[in-house]
Ligand binder design. Structure first.
Ligand SMILES: [Zn+2]
Ligand SMILES: [Zn+2]
Length: 821
């Protein structure tokens, strides 16, 4: 008899593998996918090893071999073992990250809306959300419904809602639904087929609602200067002018629907560099990495280049060499939709050999890309975290761009850090890992200056040669000049506007020169809290520990944690007083003040309220880079890798929002944010000016950012970290549990902490501390309480303690957390 040890993809987090009998006639080897019984369910597993001696008990048989051909490479199996160890998850959960869903058996049933009239009379918010999801998605699998809900900030598992809706007949389940065989890579667009002037006739037609009329007139504005033939992504246009206006215009023959291949979609590309001619600094960096390609221990390289220093050219030079060896490169970017330029440049240079993995891919598309990667047809794999887990069989190089981005840390499920996993994968595979950033993670930087990694500097801005041939290679563009404005002085001098005198003048000057400005603020909404002037009551969410934010566009109060919306109260619920006032600044308030201060400027606001989809994001990006607007107002979504040549002034409206969070990384995050936002100013030939408005002008993160002095910031920050014993001077794990009843979760937290303290004492682990228990920073969200216990210490003892630890049900561990919030 033959037995196989199987990592069960939906297995327990505690156990590594389960033993099954491999019946006569079935062929399976390490890496094969099999279907096995697991409790009452049939689930997919990956064969880890074969053995000729069985266990004491009678093992169940393998039910079916789903793929004898291994679905994971031996390298991936070793990586999965490391991930399971490091992040305290099951081996099946870790390898599950690498197995495409297409080969799985489970989760194939789908749901469809049958009859909304059969909604239960008691239908609540959750039922409505699920119905809305199905209306939007059509036939949808559980995963798709979950993703849809998450994207709209509904954080509840849809299973029980679905079964309730099925019982009433509102929703039906379709068993073993296989989905469309190959979903086309297309996106829906709308094209204007008439002259904008003729829209007015449609808008004045009788029996139109006011909103529809307004939407049609809005389209007239959007299309003015472009004329017939302009086209927009459908989703974006619907957001801009409303669904009613769109359908009216389609019915009237003014708008035509069309599908566009995503690949053919015009990308927002700047002139391409055809052949690489590197500056001396770029060549030196590339040469160091190239020399490592054939080294048995190639190592990790921190490419520290200021914004605009041309890190991409260095990547390209090294990728060229890896391609010439017939090997594959994995390029990680923080989020595909936020890095359209990197992607466009990779596609322009490497064409079809680029495979892109991103969250917007359907299952079949993902499967297709996965096959191209496994067959070697794709030699460059680009994506967010998941690209790292693709079945690359001839890995030659790993690049992690913007390595400091917190989004590399998965924040649910297996909480792995993609950059750290990349470093381990590089070590296992014996290939160099390049970490690129203008503002490296302090931990990475510390590793580089202490010799664990190699530090490569690109200290100057660099201008790629545009195809117009006007500029010279290696032309340097200065970093923006950064000024710090003390908001305390502004207030003393009676300026209550969100713009300091300096910022206002700078923006006016830029507009007068025909240039653009960006105004940055990290808060959505019109205010940040709403308070009664009479009794001091702050309006808070009923379900969360959060104050409500006033959103002027919809005239309502919104909880930014659970997205619950409520009307603005006329009288105070505490004292019945009528003096309810709004405090604090959000992006909507900046927008309204900007419209007053700069009345002739064309303004776009860019935050989660105005931009929800990838196509909307790209449309705003295109509109601003084509100078269809003068001022862009936005949250941190605008801080990422954008390059707008006409932007010469950037204003950070209130730096203090980022500085004072109770988290060990708040200064680091603030410095990174200031540097990146400031880095948007003055690229190409125009000098840039960044203005940081703050009540804490002497804070070292503000000071260092104003001088572009990363080293000074890092030195100061590392001093603090050493004193406070936070990474890189210790490792951290955040253990947290949740419950409807605070008493229960607090008691659990108490016993988790005391059990850990006991282990530390018994084993005599030196320098391992247990902090807490304490309520989490967000103690209550949607009525659910969280408590936490922090483990702090150095390896190997830190790791050994976590290995011995057993957590109660519904407790989770976040090892190497990105933040303690
Ligand atoms: Zn009151
Ligand atoms: Zn809430």
């Amino acid at each position: 008899m033959t037995w196989v040890e199987v990592a069960v993809l939906t297995g327990s987090p505690q156990q590594s593998t389960y033993t099954y009998v491999l019946p006569e006639g079935m062929q399976a080897r390490p890496g094969s996918a099999v279907l096995v019984g697991f409790g009452p369910r049939r689930v997919t597993g990956v064969v880890w090893r074969r053995t000729d001696s069985g266990p004491e008990f009678e093992a169940k048989p393998v039910l079916r071999v789903l793929s004898e051909q291994p679905v994971v490479t031996p390298l991936q199996m070793r990586l999965a073992e490391w991930i399971a160890d490091r992040y305290l998850c099951g081996l099946g959960e870790a390898v599950g990250l690498m197995v495409p869903r297409g080969i799985r058996e489970e989760g194939q049933s789908a749901y469809q809306l049958a009859d909304v009239a059969l909604l239960p009379a008691t239908a609540g918010e959750r039922d409505q959300a699920v119905v809305e999801a199905l209306r939007d998605l059509g036939i949808a699998q559980l995963d798709q419904i979950r993703t849809w809900l998450r994207a709209r900030r509904h954080h509840f598992p849809p299973e029980s809602v679905l079964s309730r809706l099925r019982r009433t007949g509102a929703v039906v389940r379709i068993e073993r639904w296989r989905g469309p065989s190959a979903r086309a890579r297309t996106e829906r667009w709308l094209r204007l087929v008439v002259e904008p002037a003729s829209l007015e006739a449609i808008a004045t037609a009788p029996q139109l609602g006011e909103a529809t009329r307004a939407g049609i007139r809005r389209l007239t504005e959007l299309a003015s200067g472009e004329g017939a033939g302009s086209a927009w992504p459908a989703a974006w246009l619907v957001e801009q002018i409303g669904a009613a206006a769109v359908s009216r215009l389609v019915a009237a023959g003014a708008l035509a629907r069309e599908s566009r291949g995503v690949a053919q979609e015009p990308s927002p590309v700047h002139p391409q560099v055809e052949t690489l001619r590197l500056t001396p600094a770029q060549s030196a960096a590339a040469d160091r990495i190239l020399a490592a390609l054939d080294h048995p221990e190639p190592g990790v390289y921190l490419l520290h280049g200021v914004t605009g220093s041309g890190k991409t050219e260095v990547y390209f030079d090294v990728i060229d060499a890896v391609l010439a060896r017939g090997l594959q490169t994995v390029v990680l970017v923080p989020e595909i939709s936020m890095t359209p330029q990197t992607l466009a440049r990779l596609r322009a240079r490497y064409g079809d050999s680029v495979a892109v993995l991103h969250s917007a891919l359907g299952e079949s598309e993902r499967h297709g890309e996965w096959l191209r990667i496994r067959s070697g047809e794709a030699s460059i794999v680009v994506g967010a975290r998941s690209a790292l887990l693709a079945p690359v069989f001839a890995l030659g190089l790993i690049i992690v761009d913007e390595e400091h981005e917190p989004s590399y840390k998965q924040d649910a499920g297996v909480r792995y850090h993609a950059r750290d996993v990349a470093v381990e994968l590089g070590r296992l595979a014996g290939v160099p890992v390049v970490l690129g950033s203008a503002t490296p993670d302090i931990v990475t930087y510390h590793r580089a200056v202490t010799g664990q990694y190699t530090l490569l500097n690109l200290p100057e801005r660099y201008l790629p040669t545009p195809t117009d041939g006007q500029s010279q290679i290696g032309d340097e563009v200065g970093l923006p000049h950064v000024e710090v404005v003390d908001l305390r002085t502004e207030l003393r001098e009676g300026n209550r506007s969100v713009f300091s005198v300096r910022l206002r003048t700078a923006v006016e000057d830029a507009l007068a020169r025909g240039e653009q400005a960006i105004l940055f603020l990290n808060r959505r909404g019109a205010s940040t809290f709403v308070m009664c002037r009479d009794c001091g009551l702050v309006m808070t969410c009923r379900r969360c520990d959060a104050s409500l934010v006033y959103h002027s566009a919809q005239e309502n109060l919104v909880c930014h944690l659970c997205n619950r919306r409520s009307p603005v109260p006329r009288v105070c619920p505490g004292c019945g007083g009528q003096r309810i006032r709004y405090f604090g600044i959000g992006t909507q308030r900046v927008e309204s003040e900007a419209r007053e201060a700069f009345p002739t400027a064309r303004i776009i606001r860019y935050d989660h309220d105005t931009v929800r989809t990838r196509s909307a994001h790209e449309a705003v990006y295109a509109a601003f880079s084509e100078h269809q607007a003068d001022i862009l107002i936005g949250t941190q979504m605008i801080a990422k890798g954008f390059d707008y040549p006409l932007v010469t002034v950037v204003g950070i409206i209130c730096a203090d929002q980022s500085l004072h969070l109770p988290d060990f990384r708040s200064s680091e995050r603030a410095f990174q944010l200031f540097s990146q936002v400031a880095g948007r100013a003055g690229r190409r030939h125009r000098p840039g000016l960044a203005i940081i408005q703050t009540y804490s002008p002497d804070h070292y993160a503000v000071q260092a950012a104003s001088r572009h002095d990363y080293e000074a910031f890092a030195t100061e920050e590392l001093g603090y970290r050493q004193r406070l014993r936070t990474p890189p001077f210790a490792r951290l794990a955040r253990l947290f549990g949740t419950d409807w009843t605070e008493r229960r979760v607090a008691a659990q937290a108490e016993s988790v902490a005391s059990a850990l303290r006991l282990t530390v004492d018994q084993e005599g682990f030196p320098d391992v501390e247990i902090l807490g228990p304490a309520p989490a920073f967000r103690r209550r969200v949607r009525g659910i309480y969280s408590w936490q216990v922090i483990v702090r210490g150095a390896d190997p003892w830190f790791g050994r303690l976590l290995e011995k630890m057993r957590l109660p049900a519904r407790w989770q561990a976040d090892v190497d957390p990105q933040s303690m919030l």
